[in-house]
Design a protein around this ligand. Structure first.
Ligand code: NDP
Length: 254
């Protein structure tokens, strides 16, 4: 038996139309899961679907704004209706806005918290009844190095990503009885749209990250595919509540 096989499983990846989310979706598809990409930008969604076409699975794009709880409810209901179940949820959609803590307007704080943390809470809450009713499921929350560290220029983001880890632990404890495993992945510095912007805004960031990372390089989205398959599959059935860094050693460098 291949405990990494995901055939017959249905996965929803928020923000799966690019970057880390798309790479995780590709990993899940390569292991046999059907994929639902849930994000706002339908052009990016269509492009992502052409990439997923190369896998022998069903895939679709559903336009969702994760800040809107109704939009998340509709997503979950339509996936269950159209695909006959929902077994894997990757809470990956995220945003950032970098400045000093005293410079944020309340609305800016709220946008980051809602996109990165509240959305994951709401989506997990919505999928839980379906997962528990059908014998279990897997929830994978995307944290960050900012789940562990602090930085002057990213206080709301770090607050949301710290929250992701604590939320993961609590839900893992609550839902283990239903065979729902909840884990977090903490990517290191990965080359995506999000961090390309950071490199423009934070002077010297590119070189500092490279120098501190024992692997000697920035990550690429594909570095996250394997952990996604592991945490989505029965290979991880006794793994819950963890926060696993995928960072080339960044977080253990003394
Ligand atoms: P991207 O900017 O490529 O991806 C972010 C994704 O989130 C986009 O696909 C975007 O979709 C989606 N998204 C943002 N806001 C919303 C919203 N309101 N509703 C629906 N979807 C939304 O960056 P990454 O791939 O780097 O980021 C993915 C995750 O990984 C984020 O949670 C990020 O915090 C985390 N992360 C990234 C790291 C890195 O180094 N890159 C490091 C640590 C964590 P759309 O285009 O449709 O808006």
């Amino acid at each position: 038996m291949n405990s990494f096989n995901l055939s017959g499983r249905v996965a929803v990846v928020t923000g799966g139309n690019g970057g880390i989310g798309l790479a995780m979706a590709e990993g899940l598809a390569s292991a046999g899961a059907d994929i639902v990409i849930a994000a706002r930008d339908s052009k990016k969604g269509a492009k992502a679907l052409t990439i997923l076409e190369s896998f022998d699975v069903r895939s679709t794009f559903i336009q969702v704004d994760v800040r809107d709880s109704h939009s998340i409810s509709d997503l979950v209901e339509s996936v269950v209706r159209e695909f006959g179940g929902l077994h894997i949820l990757v809470n990956n959609a995220g945003t950032n806005d970098r400045k000093q803590p005293e410079e944020y307007a309340l609305e800016e704080w709220q946008t980051i918290i809602d996109t990165n943390l509240t959305s994951a809470f709401v989506a997990s809450q919505k999928v839980y009844p379906h997962m528990s009713r059908t014998g279990g499921g897997k929830i994978i929350n995307i944290g960050s190095m900012m789940s562990i560290f602090g930085a002057s220029f990213t206080v709301p983001y770090a607050s949301s990503k710290g929250g992701i880890v604590q939320m993961t632990k609590g839900m893992a404890c609550a839902w283990a009885k239903d065979n729902v495993q909840v884990n977090a992945v903490l990517p290191g510095w990965i080359d995506t749209t999000l961090t390309r912007e950071a490199r423009q805004q934070v002077e010297g960031l590119h070189d500092r990250v490279e120098a501190r990372t024992p692997a000697g390089r920035w990550g690429v989205p594909g570095d996250l595919a394997g952990i996604g398959v592991f945490l989505a599959s029965s290979a991880s059935d006794f793994v819950t509540g963890t926060a696993i860094p995928v960072d080339g050693g960044y977080s253990v460098q003394g």
